[in-house]
Design a protein around this ligand. Structure first.
Ligand SMILES: *Cc1c(COP(=O)(O)O)cnc(C)c1O
Ligand code: SF4
Length: 338
């Protein structure tokens, strides 16, 4: 296995994240050309990319091994024909998020914390995503329409933490992010702002001096939950982004999704968690995939998940073992599986 961290970062990539975000790979044929793969060996689903387009940022594509259909990064973004499989047990809204949509852009399911869908888009489209059917257009208010959500938070003193999710909040521009974070920061009963993001992994160039200044200036404690599923997603540029954020004093956590063929073996999860820890990132949740239409080919059973956690416990210090969870609608928290 090659170690991406040791390979050089492709020098022809721009350093400005806005340029990278404006030049995403969206054509499956372009991706395959770049990866030296033949479409005839594994045709993509037109139906799937009509519903949820292919999006791969170039710094992420650069970490995919050429000529390897089973590459764990490629599997996460490839619109496989298997997505067309129909399954009556799957739904487009398995978590019934629409029921908890108290105000536009705001989900209040658990005590003490609310989730804001702060940005409508992502820098990458992960095929297993449980929000792949989510109506972001209806749920990402512009500045004016955030008033209702901000009032809701200001009026409920039991809310101590706001989670910015998405889409990906760091896919939004600095000006907007700074505005929203400052609005939240001025609500005095809030103690913590948590940002759930895949950007520092897929486009580490996003962690700029400007972004760092915005986060550092907040009164609230900042928790950044990155999302990485495989060791190969982490190269030296990602390491720098993570250690910059750690240097700024933020709490850094990682959540992963347990995905068949991608990371459903102990060696892979151990390598991932050790590499993240080298940059002061601790594991948080390991999610079993949700029963979302079009994602059945990633399914891992509960029993397999438990067995993997046992293996991790036998080989790692306790703080490097993530909590295996599933999200179930109507529960007070995520459901612990192991
Ligand atoms: C997952 C989630 C949270 C956060 O839960 P934690 O267990 O604190 O990580 C909060 N709100 C919603 C709607 C969620 O889905
Ligand atoms: S970055 Fe997160 S929200 Fe966006 S597609 Fe991937 S898993 Fe879904």
């Amino acid at each position: 296995m090659t170690t991406p961290a040791l390979s050089l970062i492709k020098s022809d990539l721009p350093e400005k994240w806005q340029e990278i975000l404006a030049d995403l790979i969206t054509d499956p044929k372009e991706l395959l050309d770049f990866l030296e793969l033949d479409e005839a060996d594994n045709p993509f689903s037109c139906k799937a990319i009509t519903q949820f387009p292919l999006i791969v940022p170039r710094p992420f594509a650069a970490r995919i091994e050429k000529g390897n259909w089973n590459d764990p990064l490629l599997l996460q973004v490839w619109p496989d024909l298997a997505e067309e499989a129909s399954d009556p047990l799957r739904s487009t809204d398995p978590l019934q998020e629409l029921n908890f949509n108290n105000e536009p852009g705001l989900l209040h399911k658990y005590r003490g914390r609310v989730l804001l869908t702060a940005a409508p888009h992502c820098a990458i489209h992960c095929r297993y995503c449980f929000r792949r059917h989510f109506d972001y257009d209806a749920n990402t208010p512009g500045r004016a329409r955030w008033t209702e959500a901000l009032d809701y938070i200001a009026q409920d003193r039991t809310i101590e933490e706001v989670i910015l999710s998405g889409g990906d909040p760091l896919a939004a521009a600095d000006g907007y992010l700074q505005w929203l974070l400052n609005e939240l920061d001025s609500i005095f009963h809030l103690r913590t702002v948590r940002i759930h993001t895949r950007l520092p992994i897929v486009i580490p160039q996003r962690v700029t001096t400007e972004l760092r200044a915005i986060l550092k200036n907040l009164r609230c404690q900042v928790v950044i939950v990155v999302h990485s599923n495989h060791r190969n997603e982490l190269d030296n540029r990602v390491f720098k982004a993570l250690s910059d954020l750690a240097d700024d004093g933020h709490v850094l956590l990682n959540q992963s999704v347990l995905l068949k063929g991608v990371n459903d073996n102990a060696a892979s999860l151990i390598a991932l968690n050790k590499a993240l820890f080298s940059q002061r990132v601790l594991p948080y949740y390991l999610h079993l995939p949700d029963a979302v239409t079009g994602t059945g080919h990633f399914d891992v059973s509960d029993a397999k998940g438990r067995q993997l956690i046992d293996e991790l416990r036998n080989q790692l210090p306790g703080y490097l073992v993530p909590t295996l969870v599933r999200e179930e609608s109507g529960k007070q928290s995520k459901t612990r599986i192991a």
